[in-house]
Design a protein around this ligand. Sequence first.
Ligand code: SF4
Ligand code: SF4
Length: 387
Amino acid sequence: MFETKYFDGLKERTYNEALLQIAGGSKAVGVYCAFTPQELIAAAKALPVTLCAGSEEPVGAAEQHLPKNLCPLVKSSYGYALTSTCPYFDLVDFLFADATCDGKKKMFELLNNIKPVNVLHLPQTYQTEESTLIWLKELYKMKSILEQETGNKITAAILNEQIKLFNDYRTAVKELFELNKGDNAVLFGKEICDIIDADGGIFYNLERRSKEIRESANTARERRQDMSFQEKVNNRSRILLTGCPLTNPKVINLIEQGSGMVVAMENCGGLKTVGTLVEINHDPMRALAEYYVKTACPCMTPNPRRFDIIGRIIEEYNIDGVVELTWHACHTYNVEAHSVKKYVREKFNKPYFQIETDYSEGDTEQIRIRIDAFLEILKQEGDRLKI
Ligand code: SF4
Ligand code: SF4
C-alpha cells in the first residue's frame, strides 16, 4: 500500500495544532454535510471540523435514543456525541447542521441537548433562482452567528481569500483523482481516502494541506514507471464507487481485496464535492450560495447533477463497472439507486451493482461473496471484449 512521510503523525499534528489555536482563543465549529461552506467558518478565524462518523462502536449507545432502523452514519455521529468519546466532537464549541435527510435533521434536535446546533434550512431543489435565494438567506444567518460567536467581522475580501484556499484544496484533491484517468491507474481507492482523510477532518492550514496532497500525488505519479505495480493493477476491474458517503471502509476494502480497483468515487468528499470551483467575484456570499446549493445530494429533487457527474466519470476514468453503496435506511440514496442503475446500464451499457449495508462486520463475508461474483462478471466481460 501507499507509503509516504505525508501520513506520519499527520492526524496528531493537525489535532495538536487545533488545540493550540483553541487555547489561543479560536472557536472550533462542527459541520456534518457538504452543503455548509467551511470558507465562512475559516473567514471568521474559526476552525471547521467535519464530524460525520464511520464507526460501529457508538451505535449501541445511540440506539438508546434513536430507532435501530436508522442510517448508521446518523447513529454513529450521535452515539459519539452522546458518549463523549469522539475527540473531534469534544473540540467543537457549536455546530452548523444542514437539514438534509429526515434522519439527520431529527437527530440534530437531540444533538442540540448536548452542544448548540444551528440548523440551516435547505430548499428541496437546486434548480430555481428561488432556491439560491433561500440558501443565501441561510448563509447570511450563518455569517451573523459566526461573527457574533467569534467577534470577527467577515468582509468580502477575507471571504474571497478563504474561497481561493478552499478552491485550491478542491483542485489538489481533483488532481489526485485524475491520476487514475485513462487506463493506467496509480492509486487504489482506499489510498485516495487515506490521503484525503489524513488530517482527521480539521480544515486547518489549508495551504499546507493542499501542498501535501500534491506531494502525495507526485509520489503516486512515479508508479507509472513502475512496471511491477502496473502489472499488479492492470488486470483489475476499474470501479466507480457511488452512493452514500464513504464514512466506513468495509465496502471499498472488500472490492480491493477482490479483483477490483476503485479508481474513482462520486460520493461526498470524492468527485461530487471537488469537481467544480466557487466563483471569485465582488459578491462572495452569493457565489457561495450558488455553489453549495447545487451539491448533488439525493435529498434534492430532482437531482440531475449527480447523473452528469456519474456519466462524466464513467467516460473519463474508463470505468468497467459501477458499485453503489447504500447505508441501511438511507431512503434518498436507496430510491435514487433505481434511476442510477437504469442510467448506467442503458446509457453506458455498464454493469451496476448495489450494496445495502451498515457499519457492522456481521455481513462482511456475505457481501464479499456477492462482490466477488460481480467482479467475476466484469472480468469475463473484459476477457470477451479482448477477443
Ligand atoms: S450525501 Fe447529502 S446528506 Fe449525505 S453528507 Fe453528502 S450532502 Fe450531506
Ligand atoms: S447516508 Fe443517507 S440517511 Fe445517512 S445521513 Fe446521509 S443522506 Fe442521511
